[in-house]
Design a protein around this ligand. Structure first.
Ligand code: GLN
Ligand code: ZN
Length: 771
């Protein structure tokens, strides 16, 4: 039996890579200094695994920005617009230009697109393909990393994105071809890379092919056969590991098992049921790598369960054919639990249930010892400790709250329904709210200036008293309310100055959530996120937002919109407990948000927004599982929104608006008003709502807040006209694409003044046209 890892986090134990990259980009350090930081991280990762006793240590899992972009550079798929930079600048500068765009020395070149890596919160740089795309070995990073591992005394296992997965991740930038047709062009470059690695003494190669766990068409399946057969023909002696993860192989199992590789890695955390099938399906020549330690969550592995998996595999195919590993790359795990030293932030009781990347490495090593009957004293002790922690978690009073469980039990379908249908509610709401045509509003946050952030950090450090901090926030809120009144916005917001982050703010006030000091996970490039940990039954001990909403409402005669984060988004952007279904955790959060919605209503707030920007990204990878997810996700939203009277108007907001395939579910959420991102596509995204004849009200964003550019009144009128062409005017709201917290006040002021004017002119034109 052998142990291995699919990849290790690369940001460094103190986010050194983030700091070094940002310093390099801003010119504070030179390239050599950046490379030195990278080298130190790579070597310390290798040493850690070596000392722990991992058999196959990965290399080329490190990246300065993104592993897909690394591959793009390796195979020379450099889009035309970077040719000049490629010619004039160093390889790293070309690389960062592709990742971040380039605006210097008289050049102005846009970055490559970025999108989510499967269903994780990691974002990769999307390869761009042309019809006659050519490839050549451009960067030899893979080979360099292998050589430097060798010099460090490690015969590493290079990690390479599989050829098919690389193509499938990309985007066709012109019409008239299928990216899969490029496989034959790309193959020679892969062969060249493998030749060089073999010449330098590589023994194992890992091909990441997560697409094998997704829905594949016939052509893709055929191409898989073709390409791997060809690779095998050229390299009879290299040992190939085919890594699949994030879902089960399901209908692709026979395909995967038939590919001429040496080891097949399967994700037994996401799809434990596939072990039996896989053991049946694999031929004698194939070994099986069991992904048993969760690479995407922070819970300690349950040794007892894992050992059962391993024993079953050994029994079926013999220990020489069994490998053990984390389910996927540890890129998605925080670095090291040992750096959580502050017991006031993470209590020892909860900490003992957790394992970050470093701890997961030691889990894998201990499992091997325990499973092979060669457990030393240390491993036996680790087993005893593991059992104790797992048992303690099962019964901890911190986790289980009978009242919460009882309440979920008695929640019925009726709780997820408003009293009356939208058509009735619309009339009732209009009687109370008295809003004009094309009502204007914003998405919630106003600029989080440096001052606002400084107040918060001073307050946290104790340099400001609670009263002082409160006072400063109140002044900022009042100023924002006054300003919105002045420019004539119809539905105001309080500005969210008291919030650090739209999930953390709620998590900190809910029971069942824990936070870490250093639990950073790479999101994209140098950006990291620190998701909260949902460890127990969730409930709301006290109101969370009523204070600020009520204060803001007390300042004005206009309506102020209450602002909440929805249950699906809170779930999606946290580390979630693994001892109950996600749907149940989501329902608990929904009930907590419902209480908040009801309390806001009691406090006189008549319009309440429940943000759900993450509802689409929660979609399972396999289409066959979408419906089940959408059912519970939509129901959770409805539970949170349905405790109010007809006269209270519920809004929701979503940032990514590709809703074509889930528009029915969006409609099922039954929010009175939905605001969506729409300006980048010039209202194209609205078409889905038009085709569906979406019945409720919609605010398609007319102002792209992701850019510092200030749109003109005319542009916004134009977008509003486009919207009116497909959606009845009575259904339309006027608002920006998203919250304004990352913008500056001067841009915000200009853009919103123009937006209000655009709405008024559109209303006047409408009246004229109707008369
Ligand atoms: N209300 C939030 C804000 O305005 C919504 C943010 C989001 O959609 N991501 O900041
Ligand atoms: Zn948004």
């Amino acid at each position: 039996m052998q142990t291995h890892l699919l990849g290790y986090p690369r940001i460094g134990s103190n986010r050194e890579l983030k700091k070094a990259c940002e310093n390099y980009w801003s010119g504070k350090i030179v390239l050599d200094e950046l490379l030195e930081v990278g080298k130190t991280i790579v070597h310390s990762n290798w040493n850690l695994q070596k000392e722990a006793g991992i058999d196959l240590i990965p290399c080329n899992d490190f990246s300065y920005y993104d592993q897909v972009l690394d591959m793009t550079l390796t195979v020379g798929a450099i889009p035309e617009r970077y040719q000049e930079i490629a010619f004039k600048k160093s390889e790293p500068d070309l690389y960062f230009a592709m990742a971040r765009g380039f605006q210097k020395d008289g050049l102005d070149i846009t970055a490559m697109e970025m999108t989510k890596w499967f269903d994780t919160n990691y974002h990769y740089i999307v390869p761009e393909f042309q019809k006659n795309q050519e490839f050549r070995l451009f960067s030899n990073k893979i080979i360099q990393e292998f050589i430097s591992a060798k010099q460090a005394g490690i015969n590493a296992k290079p990690v390479i994105i599989g050829l098919l997965t690389y193509l499938l991740l990309g985007k066709e930038k012109e019409e008239g071809f299928d990216k899969l047709d490029l496989a034959q062009n790309l193959l020679p470059v892969y062969i060249q890379i493998l030749k060089e690695l073999e010449n330098h003494g590589a023994e194992y190669i890992q091909f990441d092919e997560p697409f094998l766990a997704l829905d594949l068409n016939e052509k893709a399946k055929k191409t898989y056969q073709l390409i791997y057969t060809e690779i095998r023909k050229q390299f009879p002696n290299l040992k190939f590991i085919l890594a699949t993860y994030f879902d089960g192989l399901k209908d692709n199992l026979s395909l995967a098992a038939s590919l001429p590789v040496d080891v097949l890695h399967i994700d037994l955390v996401r799809a434990p049921e596939q072990l039996d099938e896989a053991l049946q399906a694999i031929p004698q020549t194939l070994s099986l790598s069991l992904g048993i330690v969760d690479g995407r969550n922070i819970w300690k592995n349950d040794f007892e369960t894992s050992l059962q998996f391993i024993e079953k595999a050994i029994h079926a195919i013999g220990s020489e054919r069994v490998f053990i590993a984390p389910s996927c790359s540890l890129l998605h795990s925080p670095f090291d639990l040992d750096s959580e030293k502050n017991e006031d932030i993470l209590s020892p009781e909860i900490k003992q249930w957790l394992a970050f990347a470093k701890q997961k490495v030691y889990e894998i090593v201990a499992l091997k010892k325990l499973a092979s009957g060669k457990a030393d004293y240390q491993a036996l002790q680790q087993y005893a400790e593991n059992k104790k922690a797992i048992d303690a978690r099962k019964t901890s009073t911190l986790i289980h709250n009978q009242q919460v469980k009882d309440r979920v039990e008695v929640t019925t379908e009726d709780d997820a329904k408003r009293n009356n249908p939208f058509s009735t509610r619309k009339e009732e709401q209009q009687k109370v709210l008295q809003l004009p045509m094309f009502p204007t509003t914003t998405i919630g946050s106003f600029p989080q200036t440096k001052e606002v952030r400084t107040w918060r950090s001073k307050f946290k450090k104790g340099e400001l008293t609670a009263a002082q901090y409160d006072d400063l926030l109140k002044k900022e809120t009042e100023r924002t309310i006054r300003w919105q009144e002045e420019i004539g916005i119809d539905v105001l917001v309080h500005g969210e100055f008291e919030r650090n982050d739209m999930v953390e703010y709620f998590g900190e006030q809910l029971e069942g959530f824990a936070f870490t000091q250093n639990g950073w996970v790479q999101s994209y490039g140098s950006r990291c996120v620190k998701p909260p940990v949902i460890y127990g039954d969730v409930h709301r001990p006290h109101p969370m937002t009523v204070y600020w909403s009520q204060y803001a409402q007390s300042l004005t005669q206009k309506w102020v919109k209450g602002m909440l984060t929805g249950p699906v988004t809170i779930l999606q952007w946290s580390f979630v407990r693994d001892d109950q279904p996600r749907s149940l955790t989501c329902q608990q959060i929904a009930l907590a948000i419902r209480d908040e919605v009801n309390d806001l209503e009691k406090a006189g707030i008549r319009i309440i927004q429940i943000d759900e920007p993450a509802i689409r990204e929660g979609l399972p990878l396999r289409k066959s599982e979408w419906q089940q997810y959408l059912e519970w996700a939509v129901e959770a939203f409805r539970i949170s929104a349905s405790g109010v009277e007809d006269t209270t108007q519920i809004h929701t907001h979503m940032c990514y608006s590709e809703f074509n395939d889930i528009i029915q579910n969006i409609a099922d959420m039954d929010a009175d008003v939905i605001t969506i991102e729409c300006s980048r596509s010039q209202m194209e995204l609205l078409q889905a709502f038009a085709d569906f004849k979406y019945p409720n009200e919609i605010g398609p964003g007319v102002y792209d807040i992701h850019s510092p550019r200030v749109p003109s009144k005319e542009e916004m009128i134009y977008l509003l006209q486009k919207a009116q062409a497909v959606i009845p005017a009575q259904q339309l709201w006027v608002n920006p694409d998203c919250g304004l917290k990352t913008r500056h006040w001067d841009e915000t002021e200009k853009a919103l003044i123009a937006m209000v004017e655009a709405s008024r002119e559109a209303a006047a034109a409408y009246v004229l046209q109707e008369s």
